[in-house]
Design a protein around this ligand. Structure first.
Ligand code: IPE
Ligand code: IPE
Ligand code: MG
Length: 253
């Protein structure tokens, strides 16, 4: 599928793509397998999409791997998924280093078991010098957790006299988010034919282009990613302005 990749305009890549990797359970059920079988196969999709992103020269890729709400799933699924996630991250460190990929994690890590936190920290440290793709794993993440946490910390800083209420604006607020070091996603992809955000980056997706596909995550490959990017490149991002205004400013450059 080299051809599809070649039709992407490399000068107009989204800087940051965020993905809700959904549909592992349904994919497995269709094959008469249990849900963990779906999660297991989803790992290959992660590898492929990360590789495809790095090859394209993408700067930021955020993958929603486990939500705050997912803690409420049956215990065997939560345990299995946690082990799979941590095990995969640990095993992938050499490949991440080989491809100059830096790992980041956003989420309520305190909720994770001790062994998982230790493994994660090691992977973060071991890839911290890499300067290529930034791979951000959203683990035990939910947007409401992040926003409430940010608000709490703003309130603490106001109370401590470090920040004046008048200073609180979008630029300052963004520094309190788990994503403070990253630009907002320009493209958000959700697989498996679900059309919702499920508590993912509610603030950061304000102006993202949304792309939905019926493909379930275990079937998603870099070609599907290229398709989403091509779709993104056809859209006119107006940011509240009119189409004519955009034409005018493009002409004046
Ligand atoms: C996505 O697949 C993976 C996680 C949410 C951890 P699901 O497990 O949600 O699969 P479906 O949506 O039930 O098919
Ligand atoms: C969203 O998928 C979370 C992740 C992909 C990690 P869910 O499957 O948990 O979302 P809902 O429950 O269908 O909204
Ligand atoms: Mg799901």
């Amino acid at each position: 599928m080299q051809e599809l990749k070649d039709t992407i305009d490399k000068s107009r890549l989204p800087r940051h793509i965020a993905v809700i990797m959904d549909g592992n359970g349904r994919w497995a059920k269709e094959k008469g397998q249990d849900r963990l079988y779906g999660h297991f196969h989803g790992v290959q999709s992660v590898r492929d999409v990360v590789e495809g992103s790095a090859e394209l020269g993408l700067e930021y890729l955020t993958l929603y791997a486990f939500s705050t709400e997912n803690w409420d799933r049956p215990e065997n699924e939560v345990t299995g998924l946690m082990e799979l996630l941590v095990d995969t991250i640990r095993k992938e460190v050499p490949t991440l280093n080989k491809n100059n990929i830096r790992l980041h994690v956003i989420g309520d890590i305190a909720m994770m078991p001790e062994y998982a936190r230790t493994e994660l920290q090691e992977a973060l440290d071991e890839t911290s010098k890499n300067t290529g793709l930034n791979l951000i794993m959203a683990l035990s993440y939910s947007s409401r957790w992040e926003l409430v946490n940010a608000m709490k910390r703003v309130a603490e800083d106001v109370k401590a006299g470090k920040v004046e209420p008048e200073q609180v604006n979008p630029a300052l607020f963004q520094q309190y988010l788990a994503t403070s070091a990253f630009p907002d996603p320009e493209l958000m992809i959700r697989t498996s034919g679900e059309y919702r955000i499920s508590n993912f980056l509610l603030y950061q997706l304000a102006y993202a282009e949304l792309y939905f596909t019926d493909t379930c995550w275990p079937d998603f490959r870099k070609e599907n990613l290229y398709q989403a990017i091509l779709d993104f490149q056809k859209r006119e991002r107006r940011f509240g302005k009119t189409s004519e205004q955009l034409q005018q400013s493009a002409n004046s450059i």
